[in-house]
Design a protein around this ligand. Sequence first.
Ligand code: MN
Length: 278
Amino acid sequence: MTPTRTPGPIRHFRTLFISDLHLGSKAAQAERLLAFLAVHDAEKIYLVGDIVDGWRLKRAWHWPQSHNDVVQAFLRKARKGTQIVYVPGNHDEFLRGFPGQHFGGIEVRLTDVHETADGRRLLVMHGDEFDVVVRNARLIAYLGDWAYDAAIAINLVFNQFRRRFGFGYWSFSSWAKLKVKNAVSFIGAFETALASEAGRMGCDGVVCGHIHHPQIAERAGMLYVNSGDWVESCSAIAERHDGSLELLTWTGLPAAAPQLVDLPQSEEIKPLEPAKAA
Ligand SMILES: [Mn+2]
């Protein structure tokens, strides 16, 4: 029996990218995230959207202590000197109305460009901006550039309409799961759309979230990085002090859950398998 409460040595990074926590939903793996945050630190943390699930909270209030603890953990890191940038996603888009605002040392930015230690410029955005592009990838490829621009504009109006008239946000991940046979090509279309956007913005790559599919890869000649999620994958992206990137997957037990402390190590409670369709 190994007590799982003892935190290991703390890994220190230049930057951490974390997204899709979906706090406020029952699916959020808050305990695991707390255990992860206890042993991972960085000079700068990007919260890459869907941190708080406003759409879910609107339907049914679910906010256990562990979700509060996650917020406190970030605020504590901010107090201790970590720069925290919050790039909102579709589930926490209420924050998109507050670009440049600070709360508790956390700054809201709609998108950002992060420069790595080795001088690469990475566009940071959640990625839902391209939902319509992704859903109609084949048609847009056929119609060309104007269709691409139109799709992005339609995406904006479409979501404003849904919000205004009280519909829930259309969810890429649940939609892709329903069409599981096509999920791989949707993920591919998403990755290409985001990588191309990075190119258009004069960047070397992109860091995004949204599709719950962690990744470090090359797409369309760009670096494509996805920080994954804390619903299924329990993943994050770390930038080491030399500028190299690492995909972290948390497989440790939740240190903060007392009922699990006496369990034998790991095998019995694993994080869910990474989402196949995300
Ligand atoms: Mn999202």
